[in-house]
Design a protein around this ligand. Structure first.
Ligand code: PLP
Length: 377
């Protein structure tokens, strides 16, 4: 585990603690059934940007925020977000998985939408502080975690088509279990595209997910779990799912779509590529034509497919199908390589295995001290 440097400056110059935090934490208890993203932890973080600079943030009780009806985010969707997890399984110390990657990706998404960059300290204050102040509510069974949702949005009240000069950064947290249990059945989406070439597909932008909802509804109608998106130009090559990246095992090699400007560069994807190579597997980031893959599934050359992401971890795919009804079953509905990679990743995240890549960052003591004493008074 490698350490994030401790606070240099007085943290209270960077953020304050709302007086209602103590009662909010005291009033909260974890429900028996968690689900994914439906229970919200009692402490959130907010920092605002105005007059060209970030203002000190505040940890606040989780609750509604007020927003001007003319705010740019409500009209022009100037919003980007991240998804990451804090783990505390068994008696392991609380730790986050590769948080600096989320910070870098949030800033890359922000740049695409003309939102101001977020200093690393402010991002880490938000994610570590929210984790520390909600630490008692991190569920501890394998597969469970505190899902963190940092997000950035334009709040300036002005309908002109220009970037918002006022912006908020918030972090909310949701004690959660894994997003998808068991294996999945995917609809090959040949009618619609998730994003455009040269568009915002490589950024984690709220609008990309709104655009995927219609296909998700069609999946449900047709009896599929999720959409498999193809490239927006030719609808020929596999890109990804609406919230996960895609892998296939072909002739014993691990294939995953090479990143384009319409695929989100998943942090789980990157981690699995490193884990698989360390296992001696051949990994190829390459174009994968859907019709070629279906042929390999029929002949048994493609034995397993899986999807991966922070929320989904590693989830096996048992079949790929068409809107008109043809379905292609994978030889191994819960494949061996899928299971191996899932276990290796979870063992690192949940502290059961060594962390040779230095991915886990323990909650720094300075943030843990936020909960000491009477800071919430
Ligand atoms: C569109 C999309 N692709 C892939 C992923 C997987 O990314 P990560 O592994 O960083 O969670 C996500 C989830 O964040 C996503 O929303």
């Amino acid at each position: 585990m490698h350490q994030i440097p401790a606070f240099g400056d007085d943290p209270l110059q960077r953020f304050t603690l709302h007086e209602g935090l103590g009662p909010a934490v005291a009033a909260f208890s974890l429900p028996d059934r968690l689900g994914f993203g439906s229970v919200f932890a009692p402490v959130m973080f907010r920092a605002d940007y105005r007059d060209g600079s970030w203002q000190p943030g505040q940890f606040q009780p989780y609750g509604p925020i007020s927003i001007d009806p003319g705010a740019k985010v409500l009209h022009y969707a100037q919003e980007v977000f991240e998804g990451q997890k804090a783990y505390r399984v068994g008696d392991q110390p609380t730790a986050l998985f590769r948080p600096a990657m989320n910070w870098r990706r949030l800033n890359a998404s922000a740049a695409r939408l003309c939102l101001p960059p977020l200093p690393e300290t402010l991002f880490l204050d938000g994610v570590f502080g929210v984790t520390a102040l909600n630490e008692a509510f991190i569920p501890g069974a394998s597969g469970q975690s505190l899902y963190l949702r940092p997000f950035l949005f334009g709040t300036e009240s002005n309908l002109g088509m220009a970037a918002s000069r006022e912006v908020s950064f918030m972090v909310i947290a949701s004690p959660s279990q894994a997003y998808h249990a068991g294996s999945m059945s995917l609809l090959i989406e040949r009618a619609e595209s998730r994003v455009a070439g040269g568009g915002i597909g490589a950024a984690k932008v709220g609008g990309n997910y709104a655009c995927a909802l219609q296909s998700a509804a069609r999946c449900a109608e047709l009896g599929y779990d999720l959409t498999l998106w193809l490239d927006p130009v030719h609808r020929r090559n596999i890109e990804e799912l609406s919230g996960m990246n895609f892998f296939a095992v072909v002739d014993g090699r691990l294939l995953t779509p090479v990143l384009t400007d319409s695929i989100l560069a998943g942090i789980t994807r990157d981690s699995l590529i490193q884990l698989a190579r360390a296992q001696g597997l051949v990994v190829e980031e390459t174009s994968i034509a859907i019709d070629e893959l279906l042929g390999w599934i029929e002949t048994g050359r493609c034995s397993e497919c899986f999807a991966c992401g922070t929320a989904a971890i590693v989830t096996p795919i048992r079949e790929l199908g068409e809107a008109h009804g043809t379905r292609h079953d994978l030889l191994q509905a819960e494949g061996e390589i899928t299971a191996l990679l899932r276990e290796e990743l979870l063992d690192i995240q949940e502290g059961r295995a060594a962390d040779p890549f230095g991915w886990m960052v323990p909650l720094p003591a300075d943030y843990q001290e936020l909960t000491d004493g009477d800071l919430c008074a």
